[in-house]
Design a protein around this ligand. Structure first.
Ligand code: ADP
Ligand code: MG
Length: 560
C-alpha cells in the first residue's frame, strides 16, 4: 500500500534532462501556429498578381522566386510541425509539378478553421474524420466536373502550360514558352509514359526570354576533345562508349624495368598498338562521332582526328542515356563489342556557341525522344526563375496528358467545392457536419487570396463568385487583372485535375496529422524554445516556444 502511494506522489522521470515535452492543448496550439505561419509565409505569392520573395542564404546566395516549394525549401524551416506543411508542397511538386503554394495555403487554412472548432470543444478526432470525409467528397465532385482533354487538343495543352507560368518570371513570354513546353513534352512521351527528365534545360544568360528555343535532340555541355577534329559532322553515325580510350590501367601500374632503349620502344609500341586498335574498331563499324564516358589518350585523339572522327570525352552518364534515347544508339561497355547496330544516328552533330559557351548539339534525329530547352534571360536570377516556371509548366502538361482531365482555374473549383460541400455537410450530421462546413470555408481561401493579392476586395469577389456558382456557372472564376468574375474555361485559364485533387489530398493529410498530435516530446531543445525550461518535462509554454522554432521566418509569419 505505502509503496504504491509513494510511486503516485513521486513523479517518475523517464525522459532525459535535455528533452522537452509539450502536451495537450499547448502542443496543439504550438503545432497549429507553426503550420499556419508556414502557409502565411507563401500566401502573398499566390496567383497571377502574387508577389515574389527574395531569399538570402547564410553564404549570401540570393534566390528571387514566386514558387511556393522553392521558397519553403530555401527558408530552412526546422520546426517539426512546420516541416509537415513544407512536405505538402514537396509532395505536390513531385506528384504533379504545380500548385505548391495552393496546397500549403489550403493546409494552413484548414488548421486555422480547426483551431476555432477545437476552441468550441470539438474533439480533434471528430475534426479529422470530418476533414477526411470532406476531402473524399471534394475529390469525387472535382472528378465529376473535370473536362476531358486528349493529346490532340493542342490549344488546351498550350493554355495549361501558360496558366502554370502566369505570375512568374516567365510571364512576359509565356505564350512562346508554352508552345515550346508542349512540343517538348509531346516529343519525350512514349509507351512507358512521360518522363520530363528527358527534357533537359540549358540556361543561357544573355538575350531575352522570348528567344528561348527547343532543340529536338541533345545538347552536351562539352567541346570536341581535340582541335584537329571536325567542328561539325552531317549524317553522323554516333557511337556511345561507357569506358575510356586509354591504355588499360593495369599496364600503367606495372613496374617496367627497362634495360635498353629498344625495350622502351617496344613497350611504347605495344601501348600505341592498343590505342590504334580501339580507334580502328570505331573506324571499322563506321562511327563518325564518339561520346566517351572516360578519358581519351592523346595518342588516340591524334588517330581519331586523322580519321575525321569527332570525339567527346568525359560525357556524363545522364548525357549518354539521353543520347541513346535520341539517336537510337546503344551504349557499349567495351569497344571490341561495338557493332554497327549499336550506332545511333543524327543528321547533324556540331559544336556551337551558346551564350559564350561551346556545346555539342546533336540534332535532326529521327524521333527525338530526348530534347533540350534553351532558356534565355537577361540575368542569372531571371533565367533561374524562368526555369522554375518552365518546370511547373512541363509538370502540368505531363499531368494533363497522363490523366486526360482539366479544370478551370482562378478559384472556380474551390468556390464550387465550397458550395457543394456545404450541402453535403447537411447529410453528414452530428459534430462532423461542423468539420465539413469548416473544410468548405477553408477552400475559399484560394479565391479570397487571389482577390487580396490582386488588390481587390476579397468579400466582394467572394460574394460575386458564390452567386455565379449558385446560378450553375461551374467555370466562373476571378480574373485577377480586371477583378471581374468570368468563365475561366473560355478565358483559357485551365489547370490539370490532378493539381487540385493532389493539393486537397495532401493538405488534408498534413492538417489531420498535425491536429491529432497532443504530445510533443523532443530529445533536446526544440530549437528556439525557452531554454530555461530545459529540465521540466511538462508545461513548457507552447505557443511561444513553438514559434521560436521557425528559425528566420518569424517576421513573415503573422498568423491570421
Ligand atoms: P501555385 O504554386 O499554387 O501553383 P500560383 O502562384 O501558380 O501558385 O497560383 C495558382 C493560382 O492562380 C491557381 O488558383 C490558378 O487558377 C490561378 N491563376 C492562374 N492564372 C490565372 C489567371 N489568368 N486569372 C486568374 N487566376 C489565375
Ligand atoms: Mg502555379
Amino acid at each position: 500500500m505505502s509503496q504504491r502511494q509513494r510511486m503516485g506522489n513521486q513523479p517518475m522521470i523517464v525522459l532525459s534532462e535535455e528533452s522537452q515535452r509539450t502536451s495537450g492543448k499547448d502542443a496543439q496550439t504550438m503545432n497549429i501556429t507553426a503550420g499556419k505561419a508556414v502557409a502565411e509565409s507563401v500566401r502573398t505569392t499566390l496567383g497571377p498578381k502574387g508577389m515574389d520573395k527574395m531569399l538570402v542564404d547564410s553564404t549570401g546566395g540570393v534566390v528571387v522566386t514566386n514558387d511556393g516549394v522553392t521558397i519553403l525549401k530555401e527558408m530552412d524551416i526546422d520546426h517539426p510541425a512546420a516541416n509537415m506543411i513544407v512536405e505538402v508542397s514537396e509532395t505536390q511538386e513531385e506528384e504533379v509539378g504545380d500548385g505548391t503554394t495552393s496546397a500549403v495555403v489550403v493546409a494552413g487554412e484548414l488548421l486555422d478553421q480547426a483551431e476555432e472548432l477545437l476552441d468550441q470543444d470539438i474533439h480533434a478526432t471528430t475534426l479529422a474524420q470530418g476533414f477526411r470525409q470532406a476531402a473524399a467528397k471534394a475529390k469525387e465532385i472535382l472528378e465529376g466536373e473535370a473536362i476531358e482533354v486528349t493529346e490532340d487538343d493542342r490549344e488546351t495543352l498550350t493554355e495549361i502550360a501558360a496558366t502554370a507560368m502566369t505570375g512568374k518570371g516567365a510571364e512576359s513570354a509565356k505564350d512562346e514558352l508554352a508552345d515550346l513546353v508542349v512540343d517538348a513534352v509531346l516529343a519525350v512521351a512514349d509507351d512507358d509514359g512521360i518522363d520530363t527528365e528527358n527534357v533537359s534545360v540549358e540556361k543561357v544568360v544573355g538575350g531575352s526570354i522570348d528567344e528561348s528555343e527547343l532543340v529536338e535532340g541533345v545538347i552536351v555541355d562539352k567541346e570536341r576533345v581535340n582541335e584537329n577534329m571536325p567542328y561539325a559532322v552531317e549524317d553522323a553515325n554516333v557511337a556511345l562508349f561507357d569506358g575510356a580510350i586509354e591504355v588499360q590501367e593495369t599496364e600503367i601500374d606495372t613496374e617496367v624495368n627497362v634495360t635498353d632503349p629498344d625495350q622502351l620502344q617496344q613497350f611504347l609500341d605495344q601501348e600505341e598498338k592498343q590505342l590504334r586498335e580501339m580507334v580502328d574498331q570505331l573506324v571499322d563499324v563506321g562511327a563518325d562521332v564518339v561520346f566517351v564516358d572516360g578519358g581519351i589518350d592523346d595518342m588516340a585523339q591524334h588517330y581519331l582526328a586523322k580519321e575525321g572522327i569527332l570525339a567527346i570525352r568525359r560525357a556524363k552518364s545522364d548525357d549518354l542515356n539521353r543520347l541513346a534515347r535520341a539517336t537510337g544508339g546503344q551504349i557499349v561497355a567495351t569497344l571490341e563489342d561495338l557493332d554497327e547496330d549499336d550506332l545511333g544516328f543524327a543528321g547533324s552533330v556540331a559544336q556551337k556557341d551558346v551564350g559564350g559557351d561551346e556545346r555539342i548539339f546533336v540534332e535532326d534525329v529521327e524521333q527525338a525522344r530526348s530534347v533540350t530547352l534553351i532558356l534565355r534571360g537577361g540575368t542569372e536570377h531571371v533565367v533561374d526563375e524562368v526555369e522554375r516556371a518552365v518546370d511547373d509548366s512541363l509538370g502540368v502538361v505531363r499531368t494533363t496528358l497522363l490523366e486526360g482531365a482539366v479544370l478551370p482555374g482562378g478559384g472556380a473549383p474551390e468556390t464550387e467545392l465550397a458550395l457543394q460541400l456545404r450541402d453535403f455537410a447537411d447529410s453528414v450530421g452530428g459534430r462532423e457536419q461542423l468539420a465539413v462546413e469548416a473544410f468548405a470555408d477553408a477552400l475559399e481561401v484560394i479565391p479570397r487570396t487571389l482577390a487580396e493579392n490582386a488588390g481587390l476586395d476579397p468579400i466582394d469577389s467572394l460574394v460575386d463568385l458564390r452567386s455565379r456558382h449558385d446560378g450553375g456557372e461551374l467555370g466562373a472564376g476571378l480574373d485577377a487583372y480586371t477583378g471581374d468574375v468570368i468563365d475561366m474555361e473560355e478565358e483559357g485559364v485551365v489547370e490539370p485535375l490532378g493539381v487540385k485533387t493532389q493539393a486537397i489530398e495532401s493538405a488534408t493529410e498534413a492538417a489531420v496529422m498535425i491536429l491529432r498530435i497532443d504530445d510533443v516530446i523532443a530529445a533536446g531543445d526544440l530549437k528556439g524554445g525557452s531554454s530555461d525550461d530545459g529540465g521540466d518535462d511538462a508545461g513548457a509554454p507552447g505557443g511561444a516556444g513553438g514559434m521560436g522554432g521557425m528559425g528566420g521566418m518569424g517576421g513573415m509569419g503573422g498568423a491570421m
